[in-house]
Design a protein around this ligand. Structure first.
Ligand SMILES: Cc1cc2nc3c(=O)[nH]c(=O)nc-3n(C[C@H](O)[C@H](O)[C@H](O)COP(=O)(O)OP(=O)(O)OC[C@H]3O[C@@H](n4cnc5c(N)ncnc54)[C@H](O)[C@@H]3O)c2cc1C
Length: 284
């Protein structure tokens, strides 16, 4: 619907890859690198997963052709995880290989709902030794994450820490802000101390970022070991400020037609966003 499309523009520059690449070109001069994700999840047909993988292979070529410091971040269910785990593994391996050939930094695996946590981590563990440019997202709100970090540390992995975007039950997830924030800081510091892999701080919580930055500095850990990662359209001014202050900064730019579930998660993260959507219903 027209008003929904208008509202969603706040969080994504357009539905096509070219829109996302154009947006990335406007961030680069501000010292902000980028990564891209095509929206969509939980496919019902394996041919769709093949098409998504082919799309991402082409996207990597286009990122390189534009000379961007750009990466991609993929959802395993979009590459067929519900249908054929082996085919999904092959797709991830071929994307990681292409990204590496093109010298395009990290090939990121998103983390989805808790039904997929174990399979996603196991797939990462299996592929990472052969694909050292592979990175994975972990969610601070899951009670299992500290153990997952201990399990992955020997791989020196690139890990993007996020608070977590799904509605998980209290039996497996911290539900209060203070618990999630404390877990986020503790897990990030464990990674900075225990691994040489890149840590992505995937959060708009500037206070948390600065707490971790200060603790890292006090421990003599350089800013090359981690980067701040935010979503397109959210707190861009803060991302720019942090980039100017010497932090590595990256923006995640989403595109594609299947934005609805992803968009609802963005709204749920901040009630004020719902007011923003309602304002789009007004003419003008
Ligand atoms: C780069 C990146 C990658 C991510 N990848 C994943 C993933 O793979 N799996 C997953 O489960 N989750 C992912 N997330 C989402 C994440 O789990 C959180 O749901 C989301 O980032 C909101 O939490 P926060 O860390 O920003 O902190 P919050 O405490 O929620 O927010 C901090 C402040 O940022 C602002 N803010 C936060 N979100 C919004 C918003 N949507 N609109 C406007 N302002 C906002 C608010 O002012 C808020 O006070 C990702 C987030 C980022 C930034």
């Amino acid at each position: 619907m027209w008003f929904a499309k208008r509202a969603v523009r706040r969080f994504m520059p357009g539905e096509q890859l070219a829109d996302a690449l154009d947006a990335a070109e406007t961030y680069a001069p501000r010292g902000i690198t980028s990564y891209f994700t095509r929206l969509g999840e939980n496919l019902s047909d394996l041919a769709e997963a093949d098409a998504i993988a082919a799309h991402y292979l082409d996207a990597l070529d286009q990122i390189k052709a534009r000379g961007l410091d750009g990466e991609i971040s993929v959802k395993l269910t979009q590459l067929g995880l519900d249908l054929d785990e082996e085919a999904t593994r092959r797709h991830v391996a071929s994307l990681a290989s292409r990204a590496r050939e093109l010298e395009l930094g990290t090939m990121w695996i998103d983390m989805e709902g808790s039904d997929y946590t174990e399979t996603t981590i196991a797939l990462f563990e299996a592929l990472r030794p052969e694909h050292p440019n592979l990175g994975i997202c972990l969610q601070a709100y899951l009670k299992r994450t500290a153990a997952d970090i201990a399990r992955l540390l020997p791989l020196d992995p690139a890990i993007r820490m996020v608070k977590g975007a799904y509605d998980e039950p209290a039996s497996i997830a911290y539900r209060t802000r203070s618990e999630v924030d404390a877990a986020y800081v503790a897990q990030s510091m464990t990674l900075l101390h225990g691994s040489t892999g890149l840590l992505g701080l995937g959060t708009h919580d500037v206070a948390l970022i600065e707490t971790i930055g200060d603790a890292a500095e006090a421990a003599g850990i350089g800013r090359d070991r981690y980067e701040v990662e935010m979503l397109y359209g959210v707190r861009t001014g803060q991302l720019e400020r942090l980039a100017k202050a010497g932090y590595r900064a990256r923006v995640l730019i989403a595109y594609g037609e299947f934005w609805y579930p992803w968009y609802l998660r963005r709204l749920a993260e901040r009630p004020a966003n719902v007011t923003f959507v309602l304002r789009q219903l007004l003419p003008g």
